[in-house]
Design a protein around this ligand. Structure first.
Ligand code: NAD
Length: 260
C-alpha cells in the first residue's frame, strides 16, 4: 500500500536505537526524508547510515539531548517545517515514589511531557497552515495500565496524553493529527536493560526474564520493533487523517478488555 507520504519531511526524536529507530526506518521506506536525533553522534550517524543503506532514503543525523532547549533547537534547525513529528525520549527510571524528589519528577515531566509539548508548539502552526501534519507520540502501555514501579512514567506520560487529547481536536480540521503509540514489551535495549536488572534480582537469566514477559502476552512473545515502526508509518499516511487523538496499544493483547 502506498501511504502517499513520499517526499514529506519528518523529525524522529530519540532514534538511534529501538522504537524511534524503527519509526525512522519505516518512514524512510515510505520515501520520507527523516531527521533523526539522539545524544551520541557516532551511534546516531551509524544508525543514519544503516537507514540510508536499507531504504535509499535521505537521513540527517542531529546529535543532541532532545529534552534540552538546545537539543530541540538543533533538530528544528535541520528541519524547520516538518510534515511529521515523532516524539520520543528515554523513559524515566523505575523505583518507589517515596524515594523520588522534586528534581526526579521534573526530569521525568521534562522528558516525557514537556519536551513533546514544546516540539509540538514549534511545528503545529506551520502544519496547520500547510494543511498536513502527522504527530505521533511514543508513550507507553503504562498510560492505560499503570506499572507500579514506573510511577513517573505513568504520571508524566498521562499528562502528555491528556494535553494532546484536547489539542488533537483543535487542529484536526487542518488535516493535522496527533495520536499516540503505546508500546507493551518490545525487544529493544530498554527491554534488555530492564530484563537484566530483573535477572540480577531474581537470579534467573536475562533470556528467562524476557521469556517471562512474553508469557504475559496472549501473543506469547515480545514485540518486534519493526512492527512498531509499521504502525507509526500507518498513522502518518495521507489516508490516516481521520484518525484523531487515538492511543493505539501495541502489546500483543496483554491489556485485557472487550474494546479500547
Ligand atoms: P531504547 O533504549 O532501545 O532506545 C532509546 C533511544 O532514545 C536511543 O536511541 C537513545 O539514544 C535515545 N534517547 C534517550 N534519551 C534521549 C534524549 N534525552 N535525547 C535524545 N535521544 C535520547 O528504548 P526503546 O525501547 O526504544 O523505548 C523508547 C520509549 O518507549 C522510551 O520512552 C521507553 O520508556 C518507552 N517504552 C518502551 C517499551 C519497550 O518495551 N521497549 C515499553 C514501554 C515504553
Amino acid at each position: 500500500m502506498d501511504y502517499g507520504i513520499a517526499g514529506r519531511k519528518a523529525i524522529v526524536c530519540a532514534a538511534s536505537k529501538g522504537l524511534g529507530r524503527a519509526c525512522a526506518m519505516a518512514l524512510a521506506r515510505e520515501g520520507v526524508d527523516v531527521v533523526i536525533t539522539a545524544r551520541t553522534a557516532a551511534t546516531l550517524e551509524q544508525t543514519a547510515e544503516e537507514i540510508r543503506r536499507a531504504t535509499g532514503g535521505t537521513v540527517t543525523a542531529v546529535a543532541g539531548d532532545i529534552t534540552t532547549e538546545a537539543g530541540r533547537a538543533a533538530a528544528l534547525a535541520a528541519c524547520p517545517n516538518p510534515d511529521i513529528l515523532v516524539n520520543n525520549a528515554g523513559g524515566p527510571p523505575p523505583g518507589d515514589f517515596r524515594n523520588w524528589e522534586r528534581e526526579d519528577w521534573i526530569k521525568a515531566v521534562d522528558a516525557n511531557m514537556l519536551t513533546p509539548i514544546f516540539l509540538i508548539k514549534a511545528v503545529i502552526d506551520g502544519m496547520c497552515a500547510r494543511g498536513f501534519g502527522r504527530i505521533v507520540n511514543i508513550t507507553s502501555g503504562s498510560v492505560k495500565s499503570p506499572i507500579p514501579q514506573l510511577g513517573m512514567s505513568n504520571g508524566a506520560r498521562a499528562g502528555l496524553t491528556g494535553f494532546c487529547a484536547g489539542l488533537a481536536r483543535q487542529v484536526a480540521k487542518h488535516n493535522v493529527t496527533i495520536n499516540a503509540l503505546l508500546p507493551g514489551p518490545f525487544l529493544t535495549d530498554r527491554l534488555r536493560g530492564t530484563a537484566a536488572a530483573a535477572a540480577a534480582a531474581s537470579g534467573r537469566s536475562v533470556e528467562d526474564e524476557i521469556a517471562e514477559r512474553a508469557r504475559h502476552t496472549p501473543s506469547g512473545r515480545v514485540g518486534d520493533p519493526d512492527e512498531f515502526g509499521a504502525a507509526c508509518a500507518f498513522l502518518c499516511a495521507a489516508s490516516s487523517g481521520f484518525i484523531v487523538g487515538q492511543n493505539l496499544l501495541l502489546d500483543g493483547g496483554a491489556f485485557n478488555s472487550t474494546m479500547g
